[in-house]
Design a protein around this ligand. Sequence first.
Ligand SMILES: [Zn+2]
Length: 103
Amino acid sequence: MPPPCSRCASQHITNLETVRKLGISAGALAGSLKGTYTSLYSPGRLLTSSIPLTRIAAAVIAAATSGIAGAAAGNQMIQHLFPAGEGTPWLCLGCGHSFRVLD
Ligand SMILES: [Zn+2]
């Protein structure tokens, strides 16, 4: 049961730990897709019916690399929202206030 917001008393709050986990996977996914897309459809190298295997390997490597970068960026972004201190971090969806509650 989430506590009410300590600023506006709204019940619409979300656990920042969950958001961070979602953010990491979303960032990784977005990064992977972008990496795959960029390497397969980079300018001057149009996708043809016969993609060389090396090209696929390069795409996979690019996807993995971008995925890591995307996850790191997502993590950093969420980390920025985390309030200092101990306890469970919460983010109010009503007013954007973030706070911690000791269990
Ligand atoms: Zn609030």
